[in-house]
Ligand binder design. Structure first.
Ligand code: AMP
Ligand code: MN
Ligand code: MN
Ligand code: MN
Length: 281
């Protein structure tokens, strides 16, 4: 068992999904920021893992295989991080290919809706930011909208565009919760609810969600994440302990230009929690 001071970051993105740095450059930045154990968790993709692993091992960081799967639950989008998976598992790969497959048409529909709102050519503009043609994301649209001065930063784009009820939003059906947790578990991994504080669910709906997640074999939630406030670190520590979930820690880093938490720059998990990595390092 390693010291609780170990700097663990198990959530971030590269150009293989909607991050702006290549996997090896994310590894280098994590190392420079003092990260000891690291996972790259691209959206619905595992194709960055070989480069990420090689870079991490070169740099002397412990490496955990990971990804972040988009799920639709009760009409909401929820993200499930998978850690310590076998990224060559066929069922997982097929499931991810299916999950990615609607992104292209959705992007075209998003651009059409933005054009109706008076912002033309966003599809072409967003493509400049896309590193993986199978993974066009709202983040790429957001970066282009910042580039052309529609909003000051990515965060404010999501306040005014691309979200429910706003221009550029197109509803989408992702994987089911049972599928995502099943793919992760059957590829040998641990399923983790990503940034639970970001979902707009009532306490009753949250309880139903956590029970269902647990029934499918989910065992952890992110507690210390770049998406949570300090109050939410405490809130989700209590929730993890109440449901018997392990806790995870991750920045959700996407870009050095975002005004968000950088790799490894997070408080430690509370001592009362079982870290999701307890058996790994
Ligand atoms: P998509 O998977 O195409 O729906 O895109 C979702 C991505 O958009 C997330 O993974 C985040 O990177 C980004 N995103 C969503 N909401 C926000 C927000 N409020 N602020 C900043 N980025 C966001
Ligand atoms: Mn993202
Ligand atoms: Mn997420
Ligand atoms: Mn993420």
């Amino acid at each position: 068992m390693l010291s609780p001071e170990l700097n663990v970051d198990l959530h971030c993105h590269s150009t293989i999904s909607d991050g702006v740095l290549a996997p090896a450059d994310v590894a280098a930045r994590a190392k420079a920021n003092g990260v000891d154990a690291w996972a790259l968790t691209d959206h619905d993709e595992v194709r960055g893992i070989p480069q990420a692993r090689a870079a991490a091992l070169d740099l002397g960081m412990r490496f955990v295989t990971g990804l972040e799967i988009s799920v639709t639950w009760a009409g909401r989008t929820i993200h499930i991080v998978g850690l310590n998976i076998d990224e060559t598992n066929e069922e997982l790969l097929n499931g991810l290919a299916m999950t990615r497959s609607g992104r292209q048409l959705r992007a075209e529909d998003m651009a059409a809706d933005l054009a109706k709102a008076g912002i033309p050519n966003v599809y072409k503009g967003a493509l400049k930011y896309v590193g993986n043609p199978d993974l066009i994301s709202r983040s790429h649209f957001a970066r282009y909208l910042v580039e052309i001065g529609v909003c000051e930063d990515v965060h404010s784009v999501f306040k005014h565009y691309l979200t429910e009820g706003k221009p550029g939003f197109v509803p989408h059906r992702w994987a089911t919760l049972a599928e995502a947790v099943g793919w992760i578990r059957r590829s040998g991994g641990v399923a983790v609810v990503a940034h639970p504080g970001r979902y707009d669910l009532s306490p009753v709906a949250f309880d139903a969600f956590f029970r269902e997640f647990k029934a499918y074999g989910g065992t952890a939630i992110e507690v210390v994440t770049g998406s949570h406030t300090h109050d939410q670190f405490y809130e989700y520590t209590k929730i993890a302990n109440r449901y018997g979930f392990a806790g995870s820690r991750g920045s959700d880093f996407h870009s050095p230009d975002d005004k968000s938490v950088d790799l490894g720059r997070l408080p430690p998990l509370a001592k009362s929690l079982t870290p999701v990595w307890a058996d790994w390092f």
